[in-house]
Design a binder for this molecule. Structure first.
Ligand code: CUA
Length: 168
């Protein structure tokens, strides 16, 4: 009788232990998912800065419509460049910016997912139709920088290039 009671108690402790363990694991999993979501989204779109745009109208109106007016001076030494990615090129091309100025690239796609990587820099973002990817950079050296699409986007993907010309 005494032993039975002890055994029952032991089982209860055992069960409580497992229950606590499952709860801890549940919390750990939820935290991991939240962390992954937060860090992944932060890499592509800065938190709280999610900008949306209608990809079917992006070439008709708005800042991406006219490649000739894509480079906008937004401060004494700051420029915003509206870059449109499309199969299989970038607009404007070339992108001309001055050396030493803060350049804010706002990149969106008209059709499918593209990449926007500027060779020789850490500029490297995914470009999604309907969303605006923002990346800031200051070119310290004048010259020509090649833009590469590093997301497979179709038959012309390997020939999808653009150019940034940084002037003195
Ligand atoms: Cu665009 Cu690959």
């Amino acid at each position: 009788m005494v032993d039975e009671h002890k055994a029952h108690k032991a089982i209860l402790v055992y069960e409580k232990g497992w229950l606590a363990f499952s709860l801890v694991m549940l919390v750990v999993f939820i935290a991991l998912i939240a962390y992954t979501l937060a860090t992944h989204t932060a890499g592509v779109i800065p938190a709280g800065q999610l900008e949306r745009v209608d990809p079917t109208k992006v070439q008709d109106k708005g800042p991406w419509a006219d490649p000739a007016q894509a480079v906008v001076q937004t401060g004494p030494n700051q420029y915003t460049v509206y870059v449109l990615a499309l199969a299989y090129s970038y607009q404007p091309n070339p992108i001309e910016v001055p050396k030493g100025a803060e350049i804010i690239f706002k990149v969106t796609s008209r059709d499918v997912i593209h990449g926007f990587h500027v060779e020789g820099t850490n500029i490297n973002v995914e470009v999604l139709p309907g969303e605006v990817s923002t990346v800031r950079y200051t070119f310290k050296k004048a010259g020509e920088y090649r833009i590469i699409c590093n997301q497979y986007c179709g038959i012309g993907h390997q020939n999808m290039f653009g150019k940034v010309v940084v002037k003195e």
